[in-house]
Design a protein around this ligand. Structure first.
Ligand SMILES: *Cc1c(COP(=O)(O)O)cnc(C)c1O
Ligand code: SF4
Length: 399
């Protein structure tokens, strides 16, 4: 362990022995790690949030340490890069999918790695199961490329800086990036994406270098009529510790807007009640609930995915509970690069095969993008048809 961070299986085993986790569960976790496409890394803050006496049901453990027995039957249309981000890059790390918005992948590292990560093709060190792509560019080169791209594309007014987690980048680099962005006249909004309000919230408390840089640039940007905000990622109310709350409230009190993105995860946060509690706690922490994502069709994380009906049902039951501006939008990011759509916007639903068809007029006119429910929600004979994929491929042009 370095600074309380667990980096490998041996350190985790030592820790689990200390926490008196039974050997059967230890075995399940170690074998689960071998199948994981995301690397093992656990901060001391999160180690303390996990209820090791009840790890079988612990919602934080489930997100980072899947048990061997939790992995489920994969859908044949799952992809490592489900959103086709690799082919949407106009330069390494720059994804230009929507006319006026840019997604910038500054770093490929995070303080911890979520097993359901949409960007598993890139994020974190390679694992036994998956070799990651390498953007082959230094941070400085990527930043230069971004600034040049923005200068020559003055339609773009919004940049999401993500990766990876911006909190795994030195503040000196963030300083340089933000200083450069401040010179782009066409920019109206800049968003910094991080899950570190969960992983290690103390780095965002007042008088830390991250807090200082974010609040300073938030003020500087405001003078230029640019909004600097944070996009955080909390999935379950227990992830919002007192320290997380304190850090978020301090940023909020300094005038920084924080918006949350949640991924709907089966058996972790997939109930109306938990989503209600999460929204309440976010709002009490000065954080706006922004999106709840239907989980993407990413390879090797199928047990995290609910069917789309679960997401729609939660959304329907939350409408009217909160003031409208506190209600997150429930969305699905379409496989194949169709972009984000409201979960209600599908053109058709084939219930038998669990297939939804969406259009994305802004991105590609009349083209149909398919989102498919996990096989375990379908009848056994239909599951079999899917795994053999004969009739279905003829019905729809699926990969
Ligand atoms: C999500 C995303 C954005 C930002 O989308 P918003 O709906 O404005 O939050 C921008 N570019 C890409 C490629 C994205 O996936
Ligand atoms: S913090 Fe975000 S980018 Fe990092 S592993 Fe989790 S989901 Fe992926």
């Amino acid at each position: 362990m370095i600074n309380g961070v667990i980096f490998n299986t041996k350190e985790l085993l030592d820790y689990m022995n200390l926490m008196q986790v039974n050997s059967e569960l230890q075995y399940e976790i170690v074998e689960g790690i071998k199948k994981n496409t995301m690397a093992l890394r656990l901060t001391s803050h999160v180690l303390q949030l996990i209820d090791w006496k009840n790890i079988l049901i612990d919602p934080i453990r489930k997100q980072f340490l899947p048990l061997l027995s939790e992995y489920s039957l994969p859908h044949p249309s799952l992809e490592v890069d489900s959103l086709s981000e690799i082919s949407s890059q106009v330069s390494p790390g720059i994804i230009h999918r929507y006319p006026k918005k840019i997604l910038f992948l500054l770093t490929s590292f995070c303080p911890m790695y979520c097993s359901f990560c949409t960007r598993s093709y890139l994020v974190g060190p390679s694992t036994e199961t998956l070799s990651k792509i390498n953007l082959n560019k230094s941070l400085a080169d990527k930043i230069n490329a971004l600034i040049n791209y923005l200068k020559s594309n003055s339609d773009i007014n919004d940049v999401v800086i993500s990766g990876g987690d911006i909190a795994s980048v030195e503040t000196g680099i963030i300083d340089r990036l933000l200083a450069n962005l401040a010179t782009i006249k066409s920019l109206k909004t800049v968003r910094l994406a991080t899950r570190t309000l969960l992983f290690d919230p103390k780095i965002f408390l007042p008088n830390t270098s991250f807090f200082d840089i974010i609040t300073q640039y938030s003020d500087k940007f405001k003078q230029r009529n640019i909004e600097l905000s944070i996009q955080c990622h909390f999935n379950h109310p227990i992830e919002i510790s007192e320290e997380s709350q304190q850090a978020a409230l301090s940023l909020w009190k300094s005038g920084v807007i924080i918006r949350n993105q949640t991924v709907l995860l089966d058996g972790i946060n997939s109930t109306i009640d938990l989503q209600k509690k999460l929204i309440k706690k976010l709002v009490a922490s000065g954080i706006q609930p922004y999106y709840v994502y239907q989980m993407d069709m990413v390879a090797n994380a199928e047990h995290f995915r609910t069917n789309l009906a679960t997401c729609i049902n939660i959304s329907k039951n939350l409408t009217g509970v909160f003031p409208g501006f506190q209600l997150p939008r429930f969305i699905v990011d379409l496989p194949g690069g169709g972009g984000k759509r409201s979960v209600y916007e599908y053109e058709f639903y084939d219930q038998k095969y669990g297939i939804y068809g969406f259009k994305s007029p802004l991105i590609s006119g009349g083209k149909i993008y398919y989102y498919c429910d996990p096989l375990r929600y379908l009848e056994p004979n239909i599951q079999k048809e899917w795994t053999e994929k004969k009739t279905i491929s003829n019905l729809y042009s699926l990969n």
